[in-house]
Design a protein around this ligand. Structure first.
Ligand SMILES: Cc1cc2nc3c(=O)[nH]c(=O)nc-3n(C[C@H](O)[C@H](O)[C@H](O)COP(=O)(O)OP(=O)(O)OC[C@H]3O[C@@H](n4cnc5c(N)ncnc54)[C@H](O)[C@@H]3O)c2cc1C
Length: 292
């Protein structure tokens, strides 16, 4: 197996153009599992770990731009206050070792419906920056990135460079159901982000359809019903109805991790709870806090 080690982003794009069959590797926490289990034999590996800019992030004009190679551990440490939903999700990924190596870029590259970064990216309205040597940068809204089970909008000659997202303007929460707290693939997961400045509610859920998805009807229902001016309490019936709408947006299957019925039920509960927590934080003036 050929091993390509570009030192710059331009060289990485050139290598991908010359070897479209080369498999990018960042943290390797998905790739090495597949190779070790002989589930994949790529003709070449394209090691991105020497491309420094992939491991950097910055904030410009009110938008965060986070390199595809920033590991979860750094996201939690350095961006927990600005991206609380993604930081909460990152905390649930694997073990400390996996969080030190694994990246959001790798989660996007794998495009698993169970990937934990996807729901907060959807709820936060993130845009994925993909790039090829031939066509340059192509911004893809997270919602359009996921095309099917482990299938994304990434073309064979493209690499994921970064994701762009606005720092939280209101409370955000992530919730995940699994058989235990650590080292577990989500049975299903849910993220909510309040955007009080736009009077908008963002959602994202995982492991309950072929791709991570937003629950648009639920978002519109919540945004229209919340008392944005008076910050009045969220009615329990409204929180329940929100949960039901989220469950209705799902298209889960029965598998070894859970049944479709259980997933719908769990989604409704997580959605009701997280919206309630987020709205209560907003009422209390706690905006964009990272909750544990
Ligand atoms: C023990 C264990 C526990 C885990 N627990 C969780 C969990 O709780 N939640 C969860 O979501 N995941 C979990 N994972 C899966 C994995 O850690 C995550 O998907 C992680 O985000 C992958 O990131 P990485 O940088 O290691 O990706 P890699 O393994 O390097 O790559 C993953 C995929 O993305 C592609 N890729 C990587 N970078 C780029 C790029 N810049 N451009 C284009 N394609 C790219 C690769 O070609 C590959 O297809 C676990 C894995 C293990 C081994």
């Amino acid at each position: 197996m050929e091993f390509l080690r570009p030192a710059t982003w331009e060289d990485a794009l050139a290598a991908k153009a010359a070897h479209p069959g080369a498999l990018p590797i960042q943290g390797g926490t998905d790739v090495m599992v597949e190779i070790n289990f002989d589930a994949r034999r790529p003709e070449a590996l394209l090691d991105l770990t020497r491309v420094g800019e992939l491991a950097a992030w910055d904030e410009d004009g009110g938008t965060l731009r986070v390199g595809a190679g920033v590991p979860y551990a750094r996201l939690i440490r350095e961006l927990g206050d600005r991206l609380p939903g993604l930081a909460q999700a990152s905390r649930t990924v694997g073990s400390p070792q996996i969080r030190n190596r694994g990246t959001v870029g790798g989660n996007l590259g794998a495009a698993s419906p169970a990937g934990d970064a996807h729901p907060p990216l959807l709820a936060g309205g993130a845009v994925i920056e993909v790039e090829s040597a031939a066509r340059g940068v192509r911004p893809v809204p997270a919602e359009e990135f996921y095309l099917g089970v482990k299938r994304s909008a990434l073309e064979p000659d493209e690499l994921i460079r970064a994701f762009r997202v606005r720092p939280a303007s209101g409370p955000q929460y992530f919730s995940k159901v699994g058989t235990r707290n650590a080292m577990v693939i989500a049975v299903c997961s849910f993220a909510v982000a309040l955007h009080p400045d736009e009077r908008r509610v963002g959602t994202g859920f995982g492991s309950a359809a072929a791709t991570p998805r937003r629950a648009r009807e639920a978002e519109e229902f919540a945004a229209a019903g919340l008392d944005w001016d008076g910050r009045g309490p969220l009615r329990e019936s409204a929180a329940r109805a929100f949960g039901e709408l989220v469950a209705r947006a799902a298209a889960p299957i029965d598998d070894v991790r859970g049944t479709a019925d259980y997933r719908r039920h769990a989604l409704a509960v997580m959605a009701r709870r997280t919206l309630t927590w987020a709205w209560n934080d907003h009422r209390a003036g706690i905006e964009g806090r990272e909750a544990s």
